[in-house]
Design a protein. Structure first.
Length: 256
């Protein structure tokens, strides 16, 4: 239910908080689909929201904002993967060793859902992210295309190839009963839980780093409010109302 928040702080601060509270889970899950490790997904999420704080153009609606964040999170996850590979060249990654041990676990010792998740995690990265978004989170293919930076037709191909690969893996693992209803079983899997510390970590970025470079005396997040205030209110159920007698203004631009 919509509720009113009376504020004393600049409106761009609440705009940022509303976006974090509304979309941090989506950003985290996109990144997790790429990196398959919670700590790296948190780092990629932080990088994504730092990019938002530096972004210099307003978003016309929530879908545009969500799509942009998903794409940045995907790329940030790829960056984390490259960094992890470089670390592996220097020393064995304990997290990678744990994943290898888990993948070696006989399938009859693991619940069906855990086996399916593990099979999804073994897919190539674009197929993996597409499957997680479509089946775990019920994200439309148009948005998956925005995250992957491709056409919806390419998304359809990635999903078809992924499902075919998963059916083969399920059959090889002795889960013949799952094969004919694989997509329905995937859709029953819950989205990954978001770490409890992530929200405070992302909200703290607002004070740890400058919001953005001001343009024409107005910060970018203020522009977002002015251009998409109604969208944010509808999407996140929060109304931004200044306290009586208070005239919120954007912070001054940092001196060069």
């Amino acid at each position: 239910m919509d509720h009113e928040v009376v504020i004393e702080t600049p409106p761009e601060a609440l705009a940022y908080e509303a976006v974090v509270r509304g979309l941090a889970g989506h950003v985290y899950r996109v990144a997790l689909g790429v990196v398959r490790e919670a700590s790296l997904a948190e780092d990629a999420s932080q990088e994504t929201f730092l990019a938002l704080l530096r972004h210099e153009a307003p978003f016309p609606n929530r879908a545009a904002l969500r799509g942009w964040l998903g794409r940045v999170a995907f790329n940030a996850g790829l960056k984390q993967l490259r960094s992890r590979r470089r670390r592996r060249d220097r020393e064995q990654d304990p997290a990678a060793m744990r994943r290898e041990e888990e993948s070696a676990m006989p399938t009859h010792q693991a619940p069906e859902g855990a086996v399916l998740r593990r099979m999804v995690d073994e897919l190539p990265v674009e197929q993996r992210v597409a499957v997680r978004l479509k089946y775990f989170q019920d994200v439309p293919q148009s948005e998956i295309a925005a995250v992957l930076g491709c056409s919806t037709g390419t998304v359809s191909n990635r999903l078809r190839e992924a499902v075919q690969r998963l059916r083969r893996k399920a059959a090889e693992a002795g889960l013949a009963g799952v094969v004919p209803m694989l997509e329905a079983r995937l859709a029953l899997l819950e989205p990954d839980p978001v770490p409890s510390t992530l929200m405070s970590r992302l909200l703290s970025l607002e004070t740890a780093a400058p919001l953005t470079t001001a343009t024409g005396g107005m910060t970018v997040l203020t522009k977002i409010i002015l251009s998409t205030a109604a969208v944010l209110t509808t999407a996140f159920g929060v109304s931004f109302v200044a306290s009586r007698g208070t005239s919120p203004r954007a912070p001054e631009a940092p001196s060069s």
